[in-house]
Design a binder for this molecule. Sequence first.
Ligand code: PMP
Length: 448
Amino acid sequence: MQTNELYFTRAKNSIPGGVNSPVRAFGSVGGTPRFMVSATGPYITDAEGREYVDLVCSWGPAILGHAHPQVIEAVQAAAARGLSFGASTPAETELAELVRERVSVTADAAGGSAGAPIEKLRLVSTGTEATMTAIRLARGFTGRELLVKFAGHYHGHSDALLAEAGSGLATLSMPGSAGVTAATAAQTLVLPYNDLDAVHAVFAEHGPRIAAVIVEAASANMGVVPPERGFNRALSAIAREHGALLILDEVLTGFRVGPAGWWGLEAAGVVPDGADWAPDLIAFGKVIGGGMPLAGLGGRADVMDFLAPLGPVYQAGTLSGNPVAVAAGIATLRLAEPAVYARLDAVADTLSAAVSSALAAEGVEHSVQRAGNLFSFVFSPEAPRDYAAVKTQQSFRYPPFFHAMLSAGVSLPPSVFESWFVSAAHDEVAILRILDALPAAARAAAAA
Ligand code: PMP
């Protein structure tokens, strides 16, 4: 039988590090990455035939669980009609309308005061492209150069956004990336998250040169660190006051934490002090493509119309709006009804409480981090509000915890700097398997 070990050895010969995205290499938890061959519902199966309850969910897209029959059916039907046309399709407009409807329905429910942030949507293939386009667009629209981002936030791997980013860079302790020129790096100003004084200060100093502030709607790439009350709303006001744009990155949160993403939760008042504001641009990814390579950038019509062919900001893609990916996205969004979100919230409640009590029973200091149905754990007694605080945790406790769970058949994100992801397919049987695995994993964390 081909083992994970053998597949990894073979992969390292022809793929850098044996992986096509760094965090998959198990760099910070050690051991051999699992090579996956199939997934269905809450389960994923590796090349050795071992099945795991999956709490990675493809890093977000799989909110319905893996291989939902209706999504697969939609994908198969689309594939049978042709894989890529390089021309417009009716389904792209359908998806754009669906996104517009969903995002403004929540605003209307809240009284309509927050407006409808998605007036137009351009489809791309990855979250990286969505945020990269957002920045170019913001620069083109404002005629300004500087960009403000927050330490520990990950917005994909375009040059301008790699400074002090979360996700794989946090896992590998990399402050940035080789290959990004000093000139590019100098145009990105990095601030501590949740620190409005720092935002005011940077605008006081550089205001007329700042094109945009980009922020994860709720940060989840340094583990989960939610925005403090009113933070996003204040960012929007400060940016507006100075003629800069606010780019809300909902690649991870969009259509996952609620029907209209994190902004929808704020607009509907689910998040206190969040109502009555709207970002200028929103980047989507992950769930919008239901597991296929699809992402999008949406926002104010006057800004979006600055994109070619109407405007002077160029952006394009051979596979943009790919018909098979769009079919997966439409099917996923149509199935993602309120009951799905209620289930995701309930699963997140159960699991976060269970992990916390297992750790507490072993005397492991930790804090539960939560943003909607996204959650993670930091090994420190106090909830961090920014990246500097996240980094002070006892992260050495995570690898043994992770491996104990993996041996018991539960696949967690292979880094303490990532969120856990649940799906509506995580039923009582899957949850019980996770709960059964927790005491031994907590003991392993305590013994580290
Ligand atoms: N923004 C956020 C908030 C993300 O979490 C990610 C990916 N994890 C991205 C952007 C980049 O998306 P992609 O990996 O599809 O390029």
